[in-house]
Design a binder for this molecule. Structure first.
Ligand code: PEP
Ligand code: MG
Length: 556
């Protein structure tokens, strides 16, 4: 029988497929004692699990080929290391269960590797992955991390961290469903970047059985479990119709009376550029450079490596605008070598620009890499800092850019309410503003963007958030400077019209949303957008604001 569940739709489209759960981090198996007579059986279980994991890694390697094959085969060798196995067996003999023995033996080996110089220390993550696989198999729980599947699937997770998502194969993930997270969580952002339908903040998602067929409607936020043929056909037809209508739109973003609003793409690196170009992005409005830093949590990538990645993005938009955000580490994007591990409240601690001002060498290397990457290109490079709180922050960032000899426009992200309230003062130091509405909502409403239970407050239609957007846009207009939106608010077609009516000068979003926003803008005049903005701000709740704007825009 069909059942329908409802969450928050965050990335348009419909996906129908089997559920695969994202395995959670391996739990530490309890350290219970087993009777002596069970030792032989436990040793057998451990050996079997090790062999099965090694065989699986080898099989995957031969499917993947290339560099991945070498890595997977090396992992299979780690699993079968005779000394490790001997240690596991010894631990079982003195009373450990197979899973606990594997866990402890790997921990001892890990400590050795971690202390053995750069190269071997770099293998620790691979070793952890092998251990997790063996322990998960012994406990009979799903493999931790991204599901092992050769067939396309709908990924169900509690939430997705950037480090997990970097490993996803876009060819296999049909759509996402998460139990936690709001419209601005990383799962939502990633889903939009991949252009796959997604629903977040869905209570009970974790209970949907592995292998169940679900239909995910990322526009309505509905999940149909075990959809019957008629439902599948209806959903697929509606999605096709929407796609065909959108494919008909092209060209620069503008209202129907010709008020231009450049439509820019949010990218995480060179891999996202092709989709942005294909969607007709007029440039990049937010290059989230922290994704380049995730490969190695022990140190920053070299200037050379960074410059090569930046150049690939800059070259894709030879005449366009590319807004690069300097590293935004901390809080939900911690980096071992930069983020203090002992903060009681990381979202309110040293993150974003604060981290960079504490580590000026990291900021300088990044700015030098950007200068190197832009050398000789006609691109309009703009560089902005995340989490600017006040004019002092803005000046410190602009000074660092000047000292690095960067020829670019310098800007500040408005992500903290203080920056929106004092936008004119910040604009004395920088040339543009970009509204990060995800964090702006988080800080305005004291609502953690990773917590599904407070998704209501993360709704970008909240009138208080619209007030902060209006204050920033008005300040920029008064200073004769630009103020874009690069938070997820820009990807909602109806809200994009309201933002335009509030006076924002560009909209930046995941590439897949661009056609939807372009189509919505092209259906309304600037005056209609302005009226919708007034109506939305006059409302008391997010739902009322949405309805009020819709009434204005559809009634005219
Ligand atoms: C934001 O906070 O709105 C933003 C664009 O930055 P991020 O989502 O990367 O924190
Ligand atoms: Mg942010």
């Amino acid at each position: 029988m069909e059942t329908t569940l409802r969450g928050v739709g965050v990335s348009h489209g419909v996906a129908i497929g089997e559920v695969r759960h994202m395995g959670t981090a391996v739990l530490e198996p309890p350290a219970k004692q087993i009777p002596e007579e069970e030792a032989t059986r436990e040793q057998g279980r451990a050996r079997q699990a090790v062999e099965a994991v090694a065989a699986d890694l080898i099989a995957r390697g031969s499917l993947a080929g290339g560099e991945a094959q070498a890595v997977l085969e090396a992992q299979a060798l780690m699993a079968q290391d005779p000394e490790l196995m001997a240690d596991v067996e010894r631990r079982v003999t003195v009373g450990s269960t197979a899973e606990r023995a594997v866990y402890d033996a790997f921990a001892a080996y890990r400590a050795l590797l971690a202390g053995a110089g750069d190269y071997l220390a770099g293998r620790v993550a691979d070793l952890d992955d092998v251990r997790n696989r063996i322990v998960a198999r012994l406990l009979g729980v799903p493999m931790p991390g991204v599901p092992d599947s050769d067939e396309p699937y709908v990924l169900v997770a509690r939430d997705l961290a950037p480090a997990d998502t970097a490993l996803l194969d876009p060819a296999l993930v049909l759509g996402f469903v998460t139990e936690e997270g709001g419209p601005t969580s990383h799962s939502a952002i990633l889903a939009r970047a991949l252009g796959v339908p997604a629903v977040v903040a869905l209570p009970g998602a974790g209970e949907i059985a592995e292998g169940t067929v679900v239909a995910v409607d990322g526009s309505t936020g509905e999940i149909v479990i075990d959809p019957d043929e008629a439902t599948r056909a209806e959903l697929a037809r509606a999605a096709e119709e929407r796609k065909a209508a959108l494919a008909a739109t092209s060209g620069p973003g503008a209202t129907s009376d010709g008020h231009t609003v450049p439509l820019l793409a949010n990218v995480g690196g060179p891999a996202d550029v092709a989709a942005a170009v294909e969607a007709g992005a007029e440039g990049v409005g937010l290059f989230r450079t922290e994704f380049l830093f995730l490969d190695d949590s022990a140190k920053a990538p070299s200037q050379e490596k960074q410059a090569a990645a930046y150049r690939q993005v800059l070259e894709a938009f030879p005449e366009g605008r590319v807004v690069v955000r300097v590293l935004d580490a901390g809080a939900d994007k911690p980096l071992d070598f930069l983020t203090p591990g002992d903060e009681p409240n990381p979202a309110l601690g040293v993150r974003g620009l604060r981290t960079l001002l504490d580590h000026p060498e990291v900021l300088r290397t990044q700015l030098l890499a950007l200068a190197e990457a832009a050398e000789g290109l006609p691109v309009h490079l703009e560089v902005m800092a995340p989490m600017v709180a006040d004019r002092t922050d803005a000046r410190a960032f602009a000074d660092a850019c000047r000292e690095a000899g960067l020829r670019a426009k310098f800007g500040a992200m408005v992500e903290i309410p203080s920056a929106a309230l004092r936008a004119r003062s910040i604009l004395q130091e920088v040339e543009f503003l970009s509204l990060g509405t995800n964090d702006l909502a988080q800080y305005a409403f004291a609502a953690d963007r990773q917590v599904g239970a407070v998704a209501r407050l993360q709704d970008p239609w909240q009138p208080a958030l619209l007030d902060l957007v209006a204050a920033s846009a008005q300040a920029a207009r008064a200073e004769g400077k630009s103020c874009g939106v690069c938070g997820e608010a820009a990807s909602d077609p109806l809200l994009a019209c309201v933002l335009t009516g509030l006076g924002v000068t560009s909209l930046s979003m995941g590439a897949a949303s661009i056609p939807y926003v372009r189509a919505a803008l092209g259906r309304h005049t600037l005056a209609q957008c302005e009226r919708a903005a007034v109506a939305a701000r006059a409302a008391d709740t997010a739902d009322e604001a949405r309805l009020a704007a819709r009434a204005v825009l559809s009634g005219e």
